[in-house]
Design a protein around this ligand. Sequence first.
Ligand code: PEP
Ligand code: MG
Length: 896
Amino acid sequence: MASHGESKWVYSFGAGKTEGRADMKNLLGGKGANLAEMANLGLPVPPGFTITTEVCTYFYANGRTYPVELKDQVAAALAEIEQAMGAVFGDANNPLLVSVRSGARASMPGMMDTVLNLGLNDVTVAGLATRSGDARFAYDSYRRFIQMYGNVVLDVDHHHFEEILDSVKRDRGYSLDTDLTAADWQAVIADYKAMVERELGRPFPQDPQEQLWGAVGAVFGSWMNARAITYRKLHDIPAEWGTAVNVQSMVFGNMGNDCATGVAFTRNPSTGENAFYGEYLVNAQGEDVVAGIRTPQHLTIAGREANKSDLPSMEEVMPEVFNQLNEVRLRLEKHYRDMQDIEFTVQQNKLYMLQTRTGKRTAQAALRIAVDMATEALVTKAEAVSRIDPASLDQLLHPTLDPKAERKVIAKGLPASPGAASGKVVFSADDAETQAALGDAVILCRIETSPEDIHGMHAAKGILTTRGGMTSHAAVVARGMGRACVAGAGELRIDYKTKVMSVRGVQVKEGDLVTIDGSTGEVMLGAVPTVQPELSGDFATLMGWADELRRMKVRANAETALDAATARKFGAEGIGLCRTEHMFFDPARILAVREMILAETEEGRRKALAKLEPFQKQDFVELFTIMAGLPVTIRLLDPPLHEFLPNTEKEMAEVAAAAGTDPLRVHQRSVQLHEANPMLGHRGCRLGITYPEIYEMQARAIFSAAADVAKSGTPVTPEVMIPIVATRKELDILKAVIDRVAAEVKAASGQEFEYSVGTMIELPRAALRAGEIAETAEFFSFGTNDLTQTTLGISRDDAGSFLPDYERAGIIEHDPFATLDQDGVGELVRIGAERGRAARPGIKLGICGEHGGDPASIQFCESVGLDYVSCSPYRVPIARLAAAQAALKTDTVKRD
Ligand code: PEP
Ligand code: MG
């Protein structure tokens, strides 16, 4: 806001004075703030101005109208550009031309549309022709303007323009746009204008002011288009942020062979290598590079060689300007201390910078860039750690193609986004979404993608296109989303009508399995086997830094030896939840489990339990051995017995035979044990209260395993955990059973071992009464799956049927079973932690619900001061990184 009581809606840049800064992104949008910042750095930025995001907010809050002061502020800013450029907007002899671009706070690739050459009309085009001395260039510019403005602002479908251009080319026997002469373009323009008038019932606007305001309105209007709304939804961008509008004087990359335009990354966005990386075109304008009409050329000699291109690089064609650009590259990286994605234009050998922003990159590149920049002392280790999105590690933890596997490569495209993916072929974004919702892995195959396809790209495991380069829409978006992508596999022919993709006699139909390798660009038939990734190099370095910075420990939820070994490989510091019931489903044991459940007497149950005990003991011996002294939290039997009941006649007969009773009795007992609402039924510690012998057997298995392992010299620290506790009394009774068994095992084995007994906090009552529960419990583990279920009164099993409606209606932002409901469930966790600590200072506190692997929830756990989080083995690295970031944000960084 300006200080003179009048609101400031417009900020100038580059025309002598620059009013914005990089830290004004909320007001100026990313593009506007960075243009201002580049101008402040003294880089060559064509002068312009930014209409703020507050105007967008005003626009939507006031029935799509503008603040009264806006017109005058825009006029004043435009006058400054005119002065700086020595040209006048709308002048017949010396016209100023501008571009109009959107620019939200967060970059929204492909969402908003650009209009170039605005200010051209039937009169000014002649002025441009005279002043540039190039009539062909002037009329080409005018027809581009009509095309872009017609499409973006006036909403005339682009195929109308393409048809006209195609027919002119056909009539004259041309194959390239560059074959058209000034007179040809004039003919095209006449046809374009006639077509627009026919389509809209009014002529193409000739008044530059009308053109300007039309474009500004279109940018604000596009903030609410369907593509923008989808993108915002996928990326959690609130609609209230709004977009800014950037109006900038035109510079031309298409005025001759000493002109060029290009896009570049200051480091390689796929691998992260510290090498200038980009594409350019001589004598071309902005959109030509990404439009895929001409094949873009490499910026550097190294890039050209690496890609075996025979088209000369910019480094060779215009070495001086290239060197200047390379200096800008280094300057920008130093200033922003991050990899930048830049756009530039060269007009008559003079370099202009049109954009800089933090570049999107693959997870692999992000790691390498973060580690390299910390090593180069450009950023601190803490900054390097903060820069990696924990969820993106998922891409690195996922398998790549088994190098030994047989591959039937049918085509090769560009390695646009790394990772391997197999799935069924689909040819449209809608089909991708439908098939994925049915649980199929799909590969979305398109000639090229556009912003309309985003939902399908998100649903697909991989994306394959037959057209477009490394900066094509498919490539950029797939990298951002972490989807494998092979782009521009030009040998493949896709026929949308017959839903067939073919290459050299091979036909791939919809539903056929293919594999793509986004790291090599290969397209293969069938599903090719994969291998686990290596967790060394940059990954290990960064995780090491994260470990130095975090306060909370990270454990894993694991019950099998394989899970435990995986968890350790990923850096787990213990087991936070071993769900013993998972061990019961093993085919070798289920019969004895059923026998135990269906027994009608304690004696019958004990007989069956005796069969199970050696199995359980062996499980624990393995876990303790693998975890070698790290804490292992073992939860006693939790699920409703209902889940183990035999279902078929055959299963009932088997149980009856094993127990020595008749199948009818088994059937009757089964009916008796059936529960209408098992999630809130006879489960958790309630089983231990009714059948103490079950917990007794489990405790004996745990302690005798501990004694054995300890005897062999491996340290053990079992933590016995009781589920679904609501009252202290429950815990008192069961802890007494466990302590008694521990004493018996110690006496019988003559082996000492440490152990502790604690409880899960997964019922609201337990959280509220945590004070008294902590008098008995030696540790708490927040079971936020059940705590969410019981706090919200939403069944874990059935929530999926209506939670999406709740998300759509804006009642909830995220699935509360995936991301902790911090206000509600979180408050109970906070209360439980506080009351538990007050009663037993230093009580160990952890979390073992699914939220233990969710970065946002991990941040919450840090703020409550939990000692550890526990999550599935594959999420352990994500949790390690998220815990470090949480410590940095909460300023509880470990400094020892
Ligand atoms: C929980 O309730 O959060 C939990 C970890 O236990 P389970 O998911 O096994 O009920
Ligand atoms: Mg639970």
